[in-house]
Ligand binder design. Structure first.
Ligand SMILES: Cc1cc2nc3c(=O)[nH]c(=O)nc-3n(C[C@H](O)[C@H](O)[C@H](O)COP(=O)(O)O)c2cc1C
Length: 303
């Protein structure tokens, strides 16, 4: 028996539940020579902003035990250039495309999504709500601002809107519920964890911005907990993200309540890991005689 890996996420049909995580796979088409992109459940682009951004100064990446820190600073070519070339190339792959969007103010998110809305071939928008606002505070740390961003984008978007949240909050369920009540069609849990590393030879921080976001295997249990907590309180589907290196990791997130997972740092180690994760999910289900991945969603046995 070949298990059925297909899922429906907020009305989007995916042939399997494995997506790329934003910012770890370029615009999404560049690795076509390295891996069969058409096998992916879907592609989430790096975050796109209204205007091009050069990103932060180097060094922007540092390795830590079982993970990494980054401070890329949303380097991207801006939405107008994105719709001209990368989007066209992405559409040729034939898998659902989720465009990640960020801005420093509501108007920037809304304008960006309006421009994207004139294009075909976008299955969903993922709002990166972990980026700084005009006062350098994380957008989703201000619940009212986060609501305004989601509501504003929902008014102009023709496709489902997914809210990607920062895990650095006291109560992730409250945040997810607020996103749901503002109209989000799904949530992604979670983005990176604020962190810092110091080079003890030079006494200098390992990142140009001193602090950055931590990702990779070391964050998985914290992100699984975010998914589990949010699953208890929201009805909208969840994309589980954080430290997924193997099919076992992906199944863990799905047991906690994720419908779909996204794989980030692991594909920086080797892009082929994305395909391995899909194959491993299939063999785990086959080994347990489970017919469909949908049976697994949220079915962790806590009694
Ligand atoms: C180098 C790098 C760049 C990233 N860029 C973005 C980005 O542009 N937008 C975003 O929402 N998340 C970004 N992330 C966060 C990832 O999408 C993901 O949420 C996080 O890395 C946790 O997953 P992982 O442990 O599988 O990497 C980035 C992560 C890394 C490592």
């Amino acid at each position: 028996m070949i298990p059925n890996l297909s899922v429906n996420f907020a009305g989007i049909k995916l042939k399997n539940p494995v997506l790329t995580a934003s910012g770890t796979f370029g615009y999404g088409y560049e690795l076509a020579d390295l891996i069969p992109l058409e096998k992916l459940g879907g592609i989430v682009t790096k975050t796109i902003t209204l205007e091009p951004r050069a990103g932060n100064l180097q060094p922007r990446i540092a390795e830590v035990a079982s993970g990494m820190l980054n401070t890329i600073g949303l380097q991207n070519i801006g939405v107008k250039a994105f719709v001209e070339e990368p989007l066209e190339k992405l559409n040729k792959i034939g898998v659902p495309v989720v465009v990640s969007v960020a801005g420093a103010a509501v108007s920037e998110y809304v304008e960006t999504v309006k421009i994207l809305g004139r294009q075909n071939g976008i299955s969903a928008i993922e709002l990166n709500l972990s980026c700084p606002n005009l006062k350098k505070k994380i957008i989703c740390h201000d619940l009212l601002l986060m609501q305004d961003v989601i509501r504003g984008v929902k008014k102009v978007s023709k496709v489902p809107v997914i809210a990607k949240l920062s895990p650095l909050v006291t109560d992730i369920s409250e945040l997810a519920l607020t996103a749901q009540n503002a109209g989000a069609d799904g949530v992604t849990l979670a983005n990176t964890y604020p962190a810092m590393a110091i080079d003890i030879r030079t006494f200098k921080p390992k990142l140009s911005t001193v602090k950055g976001g931590m990702s990779g295997a070391c964050v998985k249990p914290m992100s699984v907990r975010c998914v589990y907590d949010a699953y208890q309180s929201v009805k909208i589907p969840i994309i589980g993200c954080g430290g997924i290196m193997t099919g076992e990791d992906a199944v863990e997130f799905i047991l906690a309540g994720a419908t779909v997972v996204s794989v980030g740092s692991s594909s920086l180690v080797s892009p082929g890991n994305l395909i391995k994760v899909i194959d491993e999910i299939e063999s785990i289900l086959r080994g347990k005689n489970i017919k469909s991945i949908r049976e697994v969603i949220g079915s962790v046995n806590t009694v």
